[in-house]
Design a protein around this ligand. Sequence first.
Ligand code: ADP
Ligand code: MG
Length: 606
Amino acid sequence: MPDVRVMPDALASQVAAGEVVERPASVIKELVENSLDAGSSELRVESQRGGVALIKVTDDGCGMGRDDAVLSLERHATSKLREKEGLNAITTLGFRGEALPSIASVSRFRLITRTKDSVSGTAIMVEGGKLKEVSEAGCPPGTTVEVRDLFYNIPARRKFLRSESTEAAHVDYQVRLHALSSPGTRFIYRKDGRVSFDVPATDDRRVRIADLGGRQNLGNLREVSRLEYPGMAVSGYLGSPDAARKSRRGQYLFLNGRPVEDQVVWRALAEACRGSLPGDHHPAAWLWLEMDPLLVDVNVHPSKREVRFHRPGDLRALLLEAIGGVITGKASGGTSSSSLSGADPSSRKGAIGKKVSEYTYPRGEELGDELGENVDRTHPAGGEIHVREGEPDLAGPRTWKVEVQSELTAEGSSSKEPPFRVMGVLHGSYFILEGSDGLALLEGEAARERILFETFLTMMGKGAAESQGMLVPLLLDLESRDLDVVLRNVDNFRAAGMELEPFGSGTVQLRCIPSALGEEDARALLLDVVDELVHSAEGKSSRELTSEKFAAKLAKVGAKRGRCRENEGKALLKQLFECDQPYITPGGRPIMVEFALSELERKFGK
Ligand code: ADP
Ligand code: MG
């Protein structure tokens, strides 16, 4: 392929300039794409310290001759795009000719490359955009790019980087994304000197999905059989409904081999799955779209992550038909795991995925000792209205707070015995209550949320989490960004009674779960908590959450489980009225709505 030339000016400006290098993961993306474009069958990616210290990508692709190598570092030098028509018919991953020079301008950069038929290779060193050295090098055919000390010469950009672990999580995700998109290429990924994964080339996408840690879902992968409309086709897999998540993090989309994000596709997928999943859940999905390059503009985003379809309506129809067939079971697809014999995930699930409630557990006293010190003890339940003695006198607000406090305390003590009686259940969601003054509807989920929240807060405050150990610890493969969130909140999890620890690359081990959530499927629970955490962590600093916020998240997830059953009503009501604030959820929603007798009478015209 090489024979690198500088683009004609007009074309160069047509390709909108943009920031290619945002963070280490974007460097990985550009380098890996170049290697894939070069027709590599084996790709080695290495990162150190989140990619900030070092990123190295080595391929066995076509390589470059000396002149091409030098030219490739000039702005808008590309071998992939020649004329204007070129932009409308791009089949390679790269085409802007911006990546190498951009990366080389913000790092200590080394390119070593050799074509198959030349006897020796070329090494080029660039520092902060300045060419330092071009020399002959002994090396195998292919290309290695080394990027050290990213942003060393632009402190402002460097400051923008997140913690090493967060950058590393993005890097991991990026490598996995490419590995998923190109199963035909062997990927070896080393992270801080250790092999994180080494996945052999395969022509079966399911094998690649499995190799990359989707194993626990794999037994139930449902095939989206290839469906073709004029100019476009889709194929892929959906995860099982119970692997569905509250976020879209389990969804991968590849357009002509390029990982992309696209709302048209996600919306169509959600639409196709409507009714088959709990309202706010998204199925795990791996979708490959093939599209006539004329029908899609991939040049709307500097890193080409977002695209613009020229016929979104057709695409939607295609997806609805292809995916709808899988959901309703009409499609020919529906692959079972049997063809994946060796990697059959269901056997593993059988061994460790048993319902937690099927075992008896030692109570986790031993946990208590390790707790406490790192737990924020200053939050009493319902802390927002609590006033501590001896606090500086802030006249106005304080008086107000004290009033609220005493009012509630008075109400609290008199309300330990619920002032209601359970009459029945409405639509599985509400308890119908009779009170001295009329009728009330109690939202079961909201009530559970309040009870769990206060339970967790108290436990976390006392450092005495009640948890159930699992006879067989549960192993969970987590996607790197999820893993990052989990690890950052390990202390919170522990304080709340969930002991999690890293267990090899990308896997955590869950050894116990809070008794208050005991009946549940631990895996689904943890994933939901992660989604909830990610929801709040994204865009904010990478600190772990306060125990109060964490308890609120955990309570929210825990409360979702189960419909309201009439025979639970009484106990639930009792627990609720033992809470400090029985009328409002931690998030501020009402827990019950009352209808006074006088109001009812008025409605009946009495
Ligand atoms: P683009 O990929 O948009 O063309 P880049 O700056 O990423 O621009 O790369 C410039 C050129 O360098 C590419 O067009 C390609 O010809 C060459 N090149 C870059 N990386 C490799 C590689 N790993 N193997 C072979 N050629 C490469
Ligand atoms: Mg490129």
